[in-house]
Each structure stands twice: as structure tokens, then as C-alpha cells.
Design a protein around this ligand. Structure first.
Ligand SMILES: [Zn+2]
Length: 260
């Protein structure tokens, strides 16, 4: 189904956010980004509290009353079910990214296949990904649902809107739920395309000048800094570039983070 009841605006009532989280869960389930009780979705409410999905339920079959409200530290304020085991990951992202109001976590099979093979989606291949997210790096493995995952995730959170989690899945964020969901869709869609490109030949990596044009358009549109993906020039010269950050920052030297 299309997410026709999701809108880009985050200024909504809690009732609207509850309905949109259920819609997003259905979309993620129907598109096979999650199965069984996998995945979780949350939004930051206007009062700073977090509205999130419960543990041990299929996120494609949720009703608005199944959702849980916690404070920004994870203390449960309402809801009869237990909060998601990945709530700490969501709270970390909200704490480090004040402009983020929504988060999606799923296990989309193609993107998760890349993450399980130790492969990031960090090469300059698709304009949609470069312009929308810069790149999608691979976060090292951390045990799901434990502080270990938050610890490995933390250095990446300030710099990226979409992340692959090694041997686990993907997490995306945005100013509103539609944006976070679209980023999850884009990650899985681009993973499928890159996989096919590898099957039919060798993917052609864009040059640095081609990428700079795309990223400059993104910076103008979003007023956010961007991290360049690995370009053809990086491959040829081993030089790394970032539009907005010092090259001394290891997080912003994408080619060196590539797992191989
Ligand atoms: Zn997970």
C-alpha cells in the first residue's frame, strides 16, 4: 500500500502521530522490510516525549492504542505493553540530533545483506542517494537491544541520516516520519540496484566533480553538511574530500571506513 496517510509535516496531534506510526509499520511489513516482530518506529512529540512501537508485536498489525509513550530518558509514561528493545538507539539519536523527529529501524533484506557481508553503501553510484543522504556507511556490529549497539552507533549519528548496522539491519531518521520512511525505502531500493549492477558487471562510480554538484544542491536545499561518498577520483588518487568538514575527522573520510 502507499503511505497515503503520511504527510511531510511533523506538526500533528498525538493521535495523528499514532495513526502515522501504524501506517508506517504496515508499509514496512508489506514491503518486507520487517517480518514477525522485527523493527521499530518512533516519533518525538511536541512536548519532547517519545511515541514508539511495542516489543514482541508485528509492526504491520499495530493499532494506535498499542503504542507507548516514554520520556526522553526512556521512562514509560503510558501504554500497557513493553517498549521496543531498541528504544535506547532511538533515544540516542533524538539526544544527538535535535532536528530529528522520527526514526525507522528495519531489516530490509537486500540492504541487510550488504550489512551482513560487511559492505557499506558508500560509493558514489546513485544521484538519489548522494543528494538525499550523502552516503550510507556501515556501523560495526553491536549486540541488538544492548548499550553495545548505542556505543558503536554514537559516532555516526551526528553525520548521517541513514545507517547500515552490521549483521543486523538499517536505521533512518528525519524531521518527520515520512522523510525517515522514505530514507529507509531509498536504502533498500539502492541496495537492490547496486546488487544488480554487480551481477551484470562492474558499477561505474561517479567522479568527484559529478558528486560535488549533487551534494552542493543538497546543502543548498537542506542547510545541512554532507559527507561525500567514495568517488572515482578517490579510487584513483586515494584522496578524500568533504564539503563541510576537516579531512582530519576520521568519520568524514569515507573511503577509509570501507570494510572492503
Ligand atoms: Zn533490529
Amino acid at each position: 500500500m502507499m503511505p497515503d496517510s503520511l504527510t511531510a509535516n511533523h506538526k500533528k496531534s498525538e493521535e495523528d502521530h499514532r495513526r502515522e506510526i501504524c501506517t508506517t509499520g504496515r508499509c514496512m511489513y508489506e514491503r518486507e522490510f520487517i517480518v514477525a516482530a522485527e523493527g521499530n518506529v518512533s516519533v518525538r512529540l511536541n512536548n519532547g516525549n517519545i511515541l514508539t512501537t511495542p516489543a514482541c508485536m508485528n509492526k504491520g498489525m499495530l493499532k494506535p492504542e498499542d503504542l507507548i509513550v516514554t520520556d526522553q530518558n526512556g521512562l514509560q509514561l503510558s501504554g500497557i505493553r513493553k517498549a521496543s528493545s531498541e528504544l535506547a538507539m532511538h533515544l540516542l539519536i533524538y539526544r544527538l540530533r535535535p532536528e530529528v523527529n522520527a526514526i525507522c529501524h528495519a531489516h530490509p533484506p537486500t540492504a541487510t545483506g550488504f550489512a551482513t557481508a560487511g559492505r557499506a553503501l558508500d560509493e558514489a553510484l546513485l544521484p538519489e542517494v548522494i543528494a538525499g543522504m550523502g552516503q550510507v556507511p556501515l556501523v560495526p556490529y553491536g549486540t541488538p537491544g544492548t548499550p553495545e549497539l548505542s556505543a558503536v552507533l554514537e559516532p555516526f549519528v551526528p553525520h548521517y541520516d541513514g545507517l547500515l548496522l552490521a549483521n543486523h539491519g538499517a536505521v533512518t531518521c528525519g524531521a518527520d516520519l515520512l522523510t525517515a520512511f522514505f530514507r529507509m525505502e531509498t536504502i533498500e531500493h539502492s541496495a537492490k540496484i547496486v546488487l544488480v549492477a554487480h551481477l551484470v558487471g562492474e558499477p561505474v562510480v561517479l567522479s568527484q566533480s559529478q558528486v560535488v554538484k549533487l551534494v552542493a544542491a543538497r546543502v543548498r536545499a537542506t542547510a545541512q553538511r554532507s559527507v561525500l561518498p567514495v568517488t572515482l577520483d578517490d579510487r584513483q588518487t586515494s584522496e578524500h574530500h568533504s564539503l563541510a568538514q576537516s579531512e582530519s575527522d576520521p568519520l568524514l573520510r569515507p573511503a577509509e571506513r570501507r570494510p572492503g
